[in-house]
Design a protein around this ligand. Structure first.
Ligand code: PLP
Length: 632
């Protein structure tokens, strides 16, 4: 467990069971032993052919764990409830889920359902997001907030006001001063009294990667001057009572509770000032930023970790708000947070297969065809002689030096046409032998994985963020190989060569067999937030297959309650404006033109056309032998 630090980042949801497989504890610390879900059993169920009782799905695969999602939501709610109780805070916590973290229908519906008894709401930042949030919240609690953030045009504002007409507890948060005129004008036209919030640009600055949002030069929010102008204008039009919520967001992955308390304290001062100016304030929305400990170090010094847990986060927020409000004799506001990453990261696991690995570099003297030496002349020959004498004397540094020099000169000679391919290969083998013998060989091997980093781990490529990755089985066997993961795209950035322990390779097991059903499965954890919507279609690799796996008390500890294959080649082509149906017809027409009228030729054309149909239907990833032959 310590090799992959699973107890650090995975607790209380992930651990290793007695079979050496990763096991999910779907209810966190409340999980009973018989409720644990062995991820390899899920893999078996998902990958096995339908005729054998499986689901016949292709990898990569996202396993969604709604029980984990529920546990995260409840843990966040309970952390605030308990902080509120312990601090004697005189109001309540009412969170919202920012749908941008993962807009998947079933995640949002689950959150609305699980959160209904806690009045848990949704936050939207664009027109499609508000549409989905509105429709999902129709099934939720009437008191749940619908927080409308982001840049807004007249249509967005009309939608938000229509949500109010549907009696959803809607707050239009002004992100820019200009939005105010639109809100006043449209609400008066529609005869709807809006609830308005404003996003403050705080001075508190979060220094990490995600802190670009914060500080006076941050992209979002209203400055002090603008806040005052908004309050004055609202007063002028008799709508100051509509201003009820103060929002801020100092960035994702807030590293420490000190910084958090600093920001919340500053915002609470703004809140109290708005109360003094006569606004109808009743909610402070502390934004997102509740972080995730991706590397299990619980350290505030990296973007990959944070120095607090849910409880400390909640206490810091409640304390900072109550401290300021008590000083100013202001009634405690409802505390809202927009925690996204902290809510959805754990509930989804990405599983993918290693399909092959580069050969181990274990050269022996036998593997070097020494007869190449006969063809060497001049300086190259001298380098070789020097290398041999250094080796006899056991002078490793000299060996490395002469081997490098020899290789460099041989490459030059090869480029000039003076050295043959066999001789160059022999020099390469000799240099590998030297590197191995002198211990400078890095011995890091490349594992080719059936995955697109651009589609499934875009934050690794885009911002260098590391996620916990480990084999999900064989964890009772010592891994003997150091490897990096290279994906399927034709792009040298499509690799993972930085891991949560700061190392540039991962400890892996030797593959027993190659091919797309090598049977060696890796899992990427904590990727439930942002990765899916950010992921692109590089090389036209689409999203993974998705299954929803719930804990079950039946014969197995789990039930697959939903299984969706990933986008097919036809689907991803359609996303780039191609028309798979016409493409198929064109290929079919061509095949018929090329074919003849003999029985055998007709059969050959039919086979070709059948192959095209399957190719459009199958996923773009490397297929197992079974799925390539599956017909539509
Ligand atoms: N609210 C706003 C306004 C945001 O910009 C973000 C993300 O950056 C969030 C909430 C969610 O933040 P997190 O995922 O860190 O909780």
């Amino acid at each position: 467990e310590s090799l992959y630090k699973i107890n650090g980042w995975g607790a209380p949801y992930f651990g290793i069971n007695s079979s050496g497989n990763v096991a999910v504890r779907p209810h966190g610390i409340d999980t009973l032993p018989h409720q644990e879900i062995d991820l390899m059993k899920v893999v078996k169920k998902v990958s096995e052919e339908k005729s054998k009782g499986g689901l016949g799905l292709q990898f990569p695969l996202i396993v969604r764990l709604p029980d984990v999602l529920k546990n995260r939501l409840e843990s966040l709610q309970f952390a605030f409830d308990s902080a509120i109780r312990s601090q004697g805070y005189d109001s309540h916590y009412q969170g919202v889920y920012p749908v941008k973290c993962n807009q998947d229908r079933f995640i949002v519906e689950d959150i609305v359902e699980f959160g209904s008894k806690y009045r848990f709401g949704l936050e939207a930042g664009s027109k499609p997001e508000i549409l989905l949030a509105m429709s999902c919240l129709c099934k939720g609690s009437d008191e749940a907030f619908l927080v409308c953030n982001g840049y807004k045009d007249a249509e967005y504002i009309s939608l938000a006001l229509q949500a109010k007409q549907l009696r959803l507890n809607t707050v239009i948060v002004l992100e820019q001063e200009e939005e105010l005129d639109l809100v006043i004008e449209i609400s008066q036209k529609m005869g709807v009294r809006p609830v308005i919030g404003l996003r403050a640009k705080l001075r508190t600055k979060h220094a990490g990667h995600f802190g670009a949002t914060s500080g006076e030069k941050g992209k979002f929010g209203l400055t002090t001057i603008q806040i005052l102008r908004v309050a004055k204008k609202l007063k002028l039009v008799g709508m100051l009572d509509c201003l009820q919520l103060l929002h801020f967001h100092i960035g994702s992955q807030i590293p420490s509770t000190e910084l958090l308390a600093d920001g919340v304290g500053e915002a609470a001062q703004v809140y109290c000032e708005l109360v003094r100016l006569g606004a109808g304030m009743r909610v402070i929305d502390v934004g997102g930023g509740l972080g995730i400990d991706y590397d299990g170090s619980r350290s505030p010094d990296s973007d990959n970790s944070i120095g607090y847990g849910l409880e400390e986060y909640a206490v810091a927020v409640v304390q900072a708000v109550s401290y300021v409000c008590d000083q100013k004799f202001v009634k405690h506001p409802i505390i809202c947070s927009e925690s996204g990453r902290a809510l959805v990261s754990h509930h989804s696991v990405l599983i993918f297969e290693a399909v092959s690995a580069s050969a181990a570099k274990n050269p022996t003297a036998d593997s070097v065809p020494f007869d190449f030496v006969e063809g060497l002349t001049g300086e190259v020959k001298a380098d070789y002689m020097n290398l041999t004498s250094a080796a006899i004397r056991g002078e490793y540094q000299d060996c490395i030096h002469y081997a490098d020099q020899l290789k460099g000169r041989c490459v030059e000679q090869f480029k000039e046409g003076a050295l043959g391919l066999e001789q160059l290969a022999a020099v390469d083998s000799l240099c590998e032998l030297v590197a191995n013998a002198t211990g400078v060989s890095d011995n890091v091997r490349t594992y080719h994985v059936n995955l697109s980093v651009f589609t499934s781990v875009p934050d690794f490529w885009g911002i260098g963020q590391s996620f916990p990755i480990l084999p999900i089985h064989k964890l009772d066997q010592k891994p003997g190989v150091k490897g990096i993961l290279s994906d399927l795209t034709c792009d040298s950035d499509g690799k993972i060569d930085k891991f949560i322990n700061g190392e540039s390779s991962l400890q892996l097991h030797e593959l027993e067999s190659g091919g797309s059903n090598s049977g060696y499965y890796l899992g990427m954890f904590l990727g439930g937030a942002y990765q899916e919507a950010l992921g692109g279609l590089h090389n036209l690799f689409g999203g993974p297959s998705v299954v929803r796996v719930s804990q079950s008390d039946g014969p197995h500890s789990f039930a697959v309650t939903r299984a969706v294959p990933g986008p097919s080649c036809g689907d991803v082509l359609r996303a780039m404006q191609h028309e798979p149906e016409f493409m198929f017809e064109a290929l079919k027409h061509r095949a018929e033109e090329c074919g003849g009228h003999e029985e055998e030729e007709i059969a050959c054309v039919a086979a070709l056309v059948g192959g095209f149909a399957r190719s459009f239907h199958n996923m773009p990833y490397l297929a197992t032998t079974d799925s390539t032959t599956t017909t539509t």
